[in-house]
Ligand binder design. Structure first.
Ligand code: ZN
Length: 635
């Protein structure tokens, strides 16, 4: 997750602004004397639901929490971000992380990895010593096209062969250590990290080799080793095969996450190109952040055994956490729930989280349920049709949870029945939609062969106690958190404009005020001022730059120019509608503010009748009144 999103997620505009000005409740909103101009009547408003502020008085400005801090402290976006990050306790990445020197170093590491990948691939195809590796791939039914597509390789059973090969090409020992390809010896000297292994180059979404996975070809342990963490490789934020899966994921609008390299090779070979591997047992938040750039529809196919199911559930939790920021405050709450569970109040916290996420999330999470100790690649190669149906029939997280619990009880045993209710009811209680809740109560009653109303009664009790337990602060945050983190229309609009500069002339009617998020607004404004994006890059703070790169990498679904143009028009229309709605709401508040003042009610009513009550006109009257009040008081 980017620093910008994280800061937004942990920041409540009401709390921040009330550090600067005392806020007064005004219906669902808050008002105060404007901190930016001097006034007698409060015309400065904070809107918690939108996480925005607006001054209806002389300054007539507004924005989000960043623009408030920028204006109040007189600082730029990057400084405001750091200030708010500190305030929210979000750790900052070291400064200058994206400096030019760093970029050069990274570029060099990519080149080294590229050369190593080519070398390993060459050895796999041609070297006599690569025989065992080739035999292994044949045994696993991996086709030559797949070997080429994924550039599989082989590393010699030698201590220095790769090191020599790369040093002959002009790379220094120090750089090879930094790339993680060779290991430094304690007493000096170094040796090849990967020896006698089948090599899997791991790429980033752009297809650049960031590191390697390596499988032992003999009995050596561990069976799999990976590149260590380097400047360009972080296993927890990589998904094996993402670069090859990218376009298929976009076409199918779904992504399947598996566990291992071989699973991915087999899946791609059999036509499931929308498949990637987590390269470990549980999915990390960073991996999902990467997946989320491509789709919100994610299926998990992790492991076959029960431990695998637990890993899947943990995976789901992470998935939910990262997929939609809406879930964050709920997660904070679910931690509390987990603690209450450890005191014996709720038996299945993991499952409870999991259903709650599915319910709250604006995303579809399915679980491909693998049984009988089989791994995905075994099923795919043995019986592609069966895999097809497993994918198609993958239950939603909630159904998966129900199945998991129900499979462990004997429904003829009264104690088992009540234990199933105790386990499943909290999950059903997490479903937000009443129809869905009803559906699952009925299903549970049918399955357990008991009367539905007795479950209903239990559920009501549970919901009441849950409401009581919910800390008010969490309820408030989850309400406000809904709007604030990202703005998909703004982002898509900017992604189109940045990636297709030829569309920019179609966006002439857009202005800074169409962008409610400050980071988007900053990028839009710079993009208007500079035709060439590279001129902008040098001026941006590292985090804004990260956001810019995120937008520049954001997949554009429309393939041809005509469709892109239409899509941009739709975005512009939506932004215009949104702005119009906002102006209308502001006008409404403006009217009320004026009505509150003596002697103007009639004047306003007249204007309203004549349809002349434009925001501008209203502002004029309002400020005139404000001015005369002040003069009177001075006199
Ligand atoms: Zn003001």
């Amino acid at each position: 997750m980017s620093l910008i999103s994280e800061v937004k997620q942990r920041t409540d505009i009401v709390e921040v602004i009330s550090d600067y000005v005392p806020l007064q409740k005004a219906g669902r909103n808050f008002k105060a004397l404007c901190p930016f101009h001097s006034e007698k009547h409060s015309s400065f408003f904070v809107f918690p639901e939108q996480q925005t502020w607006h001054c209806f008085g002389a300054c007539g400005t507004g924005g989000d929490v960043f623009s408030f801090i920028m204006k109040k402290e007189g600082i730029d976006f990057g400084q405001a971000l750091r200030l708010l990050a500190n305030r929210a306790g979000v750790p900052l990445s070291p400064p200058g992380m994206l400096s030019k020197a760093e970029d050069k170093k990274k570029e060099r590491l990519f080149q080294i990895n590229e050369a190593a990948a080519e070398y390993y691939h060459h050895l796999l195809l041609n070297a006599k010593a690569g025989e065992a590796a080739r035999a292994y791939l044949i045994k696993r039914k991996i086709a030559r096209e797949t070997i080429d597509k994924f550039r599989l390789g082989f590393s010699h059973d030698s201590w220095e062969i790769l090191k020599k090969f790369l040093m002959d090409r002009g790379y220094e020992e120090r750089e090879l250590i930094e790339a993680g390809l060779i290991i430094e010896k304690e007493g000096g000297g170094s040796y090849d990290r990967f020896r006698n292994r089948l090599m899997f180059p791991i790429c980033d979404i752009q297809g650049r080799v960031t590191g390697f996975g390596a499988r032992a070809l003999d009995e050596s342990l561990p069976k799999y080793v990976n590149s260590p963490q380097t400047t360009i490789f972080d296993k927890s934020s990589s998904l094996y095969g993402i670069d090859k899966a990218k376009s298929s994921v976009q076409q199918k609008n779904s992504l399947i996450i598996m566990e291992g390299y071989m699973d991915v090779l087999t899946a791609h070979q059999h036509g499931w190109q929308n498949t990637v591997a987590s390269m470990g047992t549980s999915i990390t938040e960073k991996q999902v952040a990467l997946a989320k750039r491509l789709t919100k529809s994610i299926a998990l196919a992790l492991d076959a055994d029960v431990a695998g199911e637990e890993a899947t559930l943990r995976g789901v939790e992470v998935l939910a956490h990262s997929l939609d920021k809406k879930a964050t405050s709920t997660i904070a709450w679910s931690d509390k729930l987990a603690r209450s569970v450890s005191r014996g109040e709720n038996p299945s916290p993991l499952l409870a989280n999991y259903v709650r996420f599915q319910s709250i999330l604006d995303a579809e999470i399915r679980v491909i349920s693998l049984n009988q100790g089989k791994d995905p690649d075994e099923i795919i190669s043995a019986d592609p049709a069966r895999w097809q149906s497993l994918v198609e029939q993958a239950p939603t997280v909630l159904d998966f949870a129900l199945k998991t619990v129900m499979s462990k009880i004997d429904i003829n045993n009264a104690q088992d029945k009540s234990s199933a209710i105790t386990k499943l009811l909290p999950l059903i209680g997490e479903i937000q939609d009443p129809v869905g809740q009803e559906h699952y109560v009925r299903r549970l009653a049918d399955k357990l062969k008991i009367e539905k109303h007795s479950i209903d009664a239990e559920l009501q009790k549970l919901l009441v106690s849950k409401r009581r337990r919910r800390p008010p602060e969490v309820a408030r945050l989850s309400r406000s958190a809904r709007h604030l983190v990202s703005n998909p229309i703004e982002e898509y609009c900017l992604a189109l404009l940045l990636q297709h500069p030829e569309l920019r002339q179609a966006a002439q009617e857009l202005s800074a005020e169409h962008f409610a998020c400050t980071e988007n607004c900053e990028i839009f404004v710079s993009c208007q001022q500079h035709h060439n994006i590279s001129e902008v890059e040098g001026k941006f703070d590292a985090n804004l730059l990260e956001h810019l790169h995120y937008l520049m990498d954001k997949p554009i679904l429309e393939k041809n120019n005509q469709e892109q143009w239409q899509s941009l028009r739709r975005c512009i229309l939506r932004l215009q509608e949104r702005l119009a709605k906002r102006l209308e709401a502001e006008r409404e508040i403006m009217f009320n503010l004026i009505r509150e003042k003596e002697g103007v009610a009639a004047e306003v009513a007249k204007l309203d009748e004549q349809g002349l009550g434009s925001s501008e006109k209203l502002k004029e009257i309002y400020n005139k009144r404000e001015e005369s009040t002040r003069i009177k008081e001075v006199e």
